[in-house]
Design a protein around this ligand. Structure first.
Ligand code: AMP
Ligand code: MG
Length: 411
């Protein structure tokens, strides 16, 4: 059943709840997995560190020997020199020490390390002036990770630290959720490619590029289709191609009330298609159309360049993140409140997403002001803004000095 003119939250909920299966996994190079979601549990094959080792460049000794240093300086004979990576097979006895570098394995007999700055170094001996306790500056085997331990679980977002952990446990290829493939399809008789000189009444296609860039930034693989004219047969062909090769289809333009807005009619007549809702109570972005075709989401974004981008942030980015395996808590843009530095015009009967610039003042307080003119075709407002002020529907706008809610862009 198609819904009409619904709230932003209801719209987003519908889009997200329709898409409840995460994309299948693929195996990729370790470093390429940065920013993706892990699809396997990772079990450590060995302890980390693999053996007891020195945490400092210094001297390994017997803690019991060192007790005597409390009363008088104690001389210990240095019987070996142990660099990192070169285990020394010997054992120290009473009155002996080894010179040992950070990361080098602790030899038999040694139960404490003292850093070199804290002793007097002679040719083949050291002078110790204080007691050293058992275990001092020794890192024990497995203190970070134990062999057999599950160090990472399926669903983990791969950060640089996770990459380091994967390398530490010897995983060269990682199973991650595949990137969503997203078709980007601009429509409009007036739209021309930027390689062309726009004739009378024509305008360059910016939406395909802003959208493809948003798709990339959201971790997807955009497939940009040629511009489609406002003609049902052409739109139908393009849409069918787009659906067959992608996980998600975005169109721009042609979803409003105009005589040449055919997207909705064309989708309705496609096989296995369902229009889920049309029109959202927001400004910009009201004419948004959400449908499913062959069980894939097809989202008709409004053509005005700002509407296209703002709608993407509200609906498409969260959907892409869900498809890519991100947990529900990480789908939405971060929100904060900020003090508005000017009177805002009344939003009217729909929620207004005003493009704005937020910054901290000298007291650390987050402040925000609008980018100025807010026409839904004014791409410049998106270029200059770093956030959106969320103005709930009201007959009056916020007054300068009030707190307003903002949503960061490009999170
Ligand atoms: P529509 O949603 O088709 O009625 O288009 C609304 C407005 O957005 C019109 O002024 C269009 O010229 C403009 N527009 C539509 N598609 C694009 C596009 N791909 N690039 C730039 N502007 C566009
Ligand atoms: Mg149009």
């Amino acid at each position: 059943m198609m819904k009409k003119y619904i709230e932003v939250e209801a719209a987003r909920e519908l889009i997200l709840s329709d898409s409840n299966s995460v994309l299948p996994p693929e195996k990729i190079d370790l470093l390429a997995s940065l920013g993706r979601v892990l699809c396997q549990d990772i079990v450590a094959d060995r302890d980390l560190p693999p053996a007891d080792n020195s945490a400092m460049d210094g001297y390994g000794l017997r803690a019991a020997d060192s007790a005597a240093a409390e009363t008088a300086p104690l001389k210990l004979a240095v019987v070996a020199d142990i660099p990192a990576g070169k285990p020394w097979p010997g054992r120290i006895g009473a009155g002996e020490a080894v010179r040992i570098m950070t990361g080098a394995p602790i030899p038999d007999g040694v139960d404490a390390v003292i850093r070199r700055e804290l002793v007097e170094e002679l040719d083949d001996a050291i002078i110790l002036k204080k007691k050293v306790s058992v275990g001092n500056d020794i890192r024990s085997a497995g203190e970070d990770i134990k062999a057999g331990e599950t160090v990472l679980t399926c669903g983990t977002l791969i950060t640089p630290a996770v990459i380091g952990m994967l390398a530490a446990v010897g995983v060269p290829y990682v199973s991650v959720v595949r990137k969503p493939r997203v078709a980007v399809l601009a429509t409009g008789d007036e739209i021309v490619d930027f390689s062309q000189v726009p004739g009378p009444g024509k305008i360059r296609n910016s939406n395909s590029f802003s959208l493809a860039a948003q798709v990339l930034q959201a971790g997807g693989l955009p497939q940009v289709f040629p511009i489609t004219i406002d003609e049902p047969a052409a739109i139908r062909r393009a849409l069918q191609n787009a659906v067959s090769g992608n996980d998600l289809v975005l169109t721009s333009g042609g979803v409003s009330m105009g005589d040449y807005d055919f997207i909705q009619d064309v989708i309705r007549d496609l096989p296995a298609a369902e229009i889920r809702f049309w029109q959202v109570k927001m400004k910009p972005g009201k004419p948004l159309l959400y449908s499913r075709v062959a069980a894939k989401p097809v989202i008709g974004l409004p053509g005005n360049p700002v509407s296209t981008m703002v709608s993407f942030e509200q609906f498409v980015r969260p959907l892409m993140k869900k498809m890519a395996g991100f947990p529900d808590s990480e789908l939405l843009p971060p929100r904060e409140t900020a003090v508005v530095l000017e009177d805002l015009p009344a939003p009217g009967d729909r929620r207004h997403y005003a493009r704005a610039i937020a910054q901290r003042d000298e007291n650390g307080q987050l402040t925000v002001k609008s980018t100025g003119l807010q026409g839904s075709g004014m791409l410049n407002s998106m270029v200059r803004g770093n956030c959106l002020i969320i103005q709930p529907p009201a007959k009056a706008g916020a007054k300068s000095g009030e707190r307003v809610e903002i949503e960061w862009l490009g999170y």
